[in-house]
Ligand binder design. Structure first.
Ligand SMILES: Cc1cc2nc3c(=O)[nH]c(=O)nc-3n(C[C@H](O)[C@H](O)[C@H](O)COP(=O)(O)O)c2cc1C
Length: 374
């Protein structure tokens, strides 16, 4: 007869074998993940111009990495004449973004990448314009060879595959005033957006306290937490299958089997520990940037996305990292305080990010060009 202790030992052994198997598959999938992330970031290939342009566009920052876009190319007699980036509303996040504000900012980020790649990679003149609610952004393309990209455009273009949102504690080093000026100039090239850069420690601490209060509010909202969890990819296998969402190691967390990640998310991720993390992250940053559109409308939000993407690409070119801390932008009750701290009373703040110096974290995935082209 098998003893009770024998049964227990057997179950523990089975559990250990299962856990060992899962850890093995995580390490195998992590290698596949790293290969896929690197393949998305190979240099621009002029012999596959349209898929390369779309691939470079999709490498843009976008909220929750939902990739809320559909690309369509218009062809004329002499080749492509334009690309539109339409909103994919099936990928919106109604709880955190009820008016599709972040969705339009994300389209703007993608449009800016596309414009830079068209000019510097494909040597085409470009014009970016809002095309309407359903159409999104229209990018008109000149003929190949019609443009010579400036040094700045080249630098931003080469940073597209290197940029990432780095959600770690930066090393606190200050940024040279001349580099702060270059960040500002990069963003200011887009009309209709004001960028406020904060490097004063006292002001940064005040913004940090707003981030923490807004984060506490968000984390006490079950609908917010459930929508966020929907977009978290705990394991590399999950991330590879979906090719979207927030991959845990890209936020500085370990890769875990999906079931374990879900269990820990519900039991371990609490406002107190997350707030301590945000506090350290803001204290270790060299500065913060707040973006304000002149017009609070999809048109204005797209312009903010373009300006912010240029800011992040310039930071990358200068060896810096950026990460968003949008809580006081997302929770309406905190917007007025953030605007007042930034000296922009009465304006709606559109984005809040931090910048500084830090090593890279794993890159996030994207759906390939063929899956997002109409
Ligand atoms: C409009 C917008 C809002 C965002 N908000 C946040 C945020 O509040 N917190 C955060 O950690 N990342 C935020 N992000 C960053 C995205 O999660 C990130 O761009 C996406 O996961 C892709 O990763 P990557 O930027 O490393 O390529 C935001 C990005 C955009 C464009």
């Amino acid at each position: 007869m098998v003893s009770r202790r024998g049964v227990l030992t057997g179950l523990v052994a089975l559990g250990a074998v299962a856990a060992g198997g899962q850890m093995l598959s995580i390490s195998r999938d992590s290698r596949r993940y790293a290969e896929r992330a690197a393949a998305l970031r190979v240099p621009f290939d002029p012999s596959h111009e349209m898929p390369s342009l779309v691939r470079f566009a999709t490498l843009a920052a976008n909220a929750h990495n939902t990739q809320p876009w559909r690309f369509s190319v218009s062809e004329g007699k002499g080749g492509p004449t334009g690309i539109t980036i339409a909103p994919d509303l099936s990928r919106h996040t109604p709880v955190v973004d009820p008016d599709d504000h972040h969705l339009h900012v994300s389209l703007g980020c993608a449009a800016e990448n596309l414009a830079l790649a068209a000019e510097a990679g494909a040597e085409r003149e470009v014009e970016v314009a809002y095309a309407g609610e359903a159409e999104g952004v229209g990018i008109t393309l000149g003929r190949a060879g019609s443009a010579v990209a400036s040094e700045t455009t080249q630098a931003l273009f080469h940073s597209i595959p290197k940029r990432q949102s780095t959600r770690s504690v930066f090393d606190g080093r200050p940024v040279e005033a001349s580099d702060v000026g270059r960040l500002r100039d990069a963003a200011d090239a887009v009309a209709g957006v004001d960028t406020v850069i904060v490097t004063d420690r006292r002001q940064m601490t005040q913004v940090r306290d707003l981030v923490i209060s807004a984060n506490t509010r968000q984390m006490s909202d079950p609908a917010f937490m459930s929508e966020l969890e929907e977009w978290i990819r705990f394991s590399p296998g999950q991330a590879l299958e979906r090719e979207d969402g927030l991959y845990a190691p890209a936020s500085g967390n370990p890769a875990l089997p999906a079931w374990l990640g879900e269990l820990l998310f519900a039991r371990v991720v609490k406002a107190r520990s997350e707030n301590a993390r945000y506090s350290a992250q803001i204290d270790g940053s060299s500065g913060l940037a707040v973006f304000f559109a002149d017009q609070s409308s999809p048109d204005g939000w797209i312009a903010v996305g373009r300006a912010c993407q240029r800011f992040c690409l310039m930071a990358t070119a200068l060896g810096m990292k950026t990460a968003f801390v949008n809580q006081p932008v997302e929770v309406e009750a905190f917007r007025a305080d953030l605007s007042a701290l930034a000296g922009m009373k009465g304006r709606r703040p559109d984005l809040l990010l931090r910048f500084g110096y830090a090593p890279s974290l794993p890159y996030s995935l994207r759906r390939p060009a063929e899956k997002v082209m109409a």
